[in-house]
Design a protein around this ligand. Structure first.
Ligand SMILES: [Zn+2]
Length: 339
């Protein structure tokens, strides 16, 4: 995030899917990383089937490709991996390639991935995260590291890991609403801090959401609301009510924060209000006019307001706490299952 301020299934396909689900959802079992079991015990609600360990494994798998920066082999391989996982669980998955201009005028190739659940359902909820990682460790104290790409375990992979595990649960337990999971590319290639600010730099971030909001995967696409996940994996998480989310979608903030409080996560989803940030939800709200909130960690103890390892080489798997992924995943899913 930035700085402050195939195969649509027809009716027979769905029937086949239902049979597969009755037999234990073989397709999605393959999507879960090896060695990870589903949540055990009798679930009071389908959201309880969200496995924090599975989500953690999905984060680790992305990071293992290496930094997912535009133009890298890791970027291409990770896109194929994400498509394959989503394709195991969703009714339809769409690759949306695009070209975007970098802060220095160079062309970047990106690809958004869109996974649709129950695409015929007119009432829809949009879930999103960015899957690219930052090409610049520009918050490192050592300036010789500023052009080194980062793992983006928390800033990027954490939100995607939660959504991949959510996709697995949604495939097995359909909510009353249709769901679209959008993984945005090129969110984090914005102007680095070592280059002086120029007006309009805000638009150098969030290229994938800017493209998708102007060219949605389905013409005229809309959703009742959206939830963006960014930096949702670190230890001692705190999610505050961010100003852009409040401005565009206060009722959705209330809904999600209410679910979190009822789930026992009121100490994590706090009522504090914080300043607006440039993130994908800004462009979805502005350009696609879908009310969207951002669930993003707020650190009141750092100068940046983000987690201490933000945009450094230490944003790696050591920062990721499965428990945090579980809190976020269960809150988002419980919100969907209450619709
Ligand atoms: Zn970032």
């Amino acid at each position: 995030m930035g700085f402050k301020i195939k195969n649509g299934r027809n009716g027979w396909g769905l029937t086949a899917l239902c049979i597969a689900l009755a037999m234990g959802c073989a397709a999605c079992r393959t999507a879960r990383p090896e060695g990870i079991e589903a949540s055990k015990g009798h679930a009071a609600t389908p959201a309880a089937h969200f496995s924090q360990d599975s989500a953690y494994a999905f984060v680790a798998r992305q990071v293992a490709f290496g930094p997912r920066t535009p133009g890298s082999a890791a970027h291409d391989r990770c896109a194929d991996y994400l498509y394959a996982v989503l394709n195991d669980c969703a009714d339809t998955v769409i690759r949306q390639p695009f070209t975007a201009e970098r802060w220095d005028g160079k062309a970047m190739q990106g690809v958004n991935l869109v996974a649709c659940f129950a695409p015929q359902n007119p009432r829809r909820v949009l879930l999103a995260a960015h899957w690219d990682s930052r090409p610049y460790a520009d918050q490192e104290a050592d300036s010789t590291l500023h052009r080194t790409p980062i793992d983006g375990a928390n800033d990027g992979a954490s939100g995607v890991g939660v959504l991949l595990e959510a996709a697995r649960v949604l495939a097995a337990h359909a909510p009353a609403v249709g769901v679209d999971i959008v993984l945005f590319d090129l969110e984090d290639a914005g102007r680095p801090d070592f280059i002086p600010y120029t007006p309009g730099d805000e638009n150098t971030w969030c290229k994938g959401s800017q493209h998708w909001a102007a060219h949605p995967h389905t013409p005229g696409y809309t959703a009742a609301y959206g939830i963006l996940l960014d930096m949702v994996g670190n230890r001692q998480p705190m999610f505050a009510q961010e100003a852009t989310s409040l401005y565009y979608a206060a009722d959705i903030l209330d809904k999600v924060w209410g679910v979190a409080a009822e789930s026992g996560y009121g100490a994590v989803f706090v009522p504090n209000r914080t300043g607006g940030i440039i993130d994908d939800h800004l462009f979805v709200n502005r350009l696609a006019r879908i009310p969207m909130i951002d669930i993003i960690h707020k650190d009141f103890g750092t100068p940046t307001g983000f987690f201490p390892q933000w945009h450094t080489l230490q944003d790696n798997m050591a920062q990721i706490d499965p428990n945090t992924l579980g809190i976020v995943g269960k809150t988002v899913l419980e919100t969907l299952y209450r619709e």
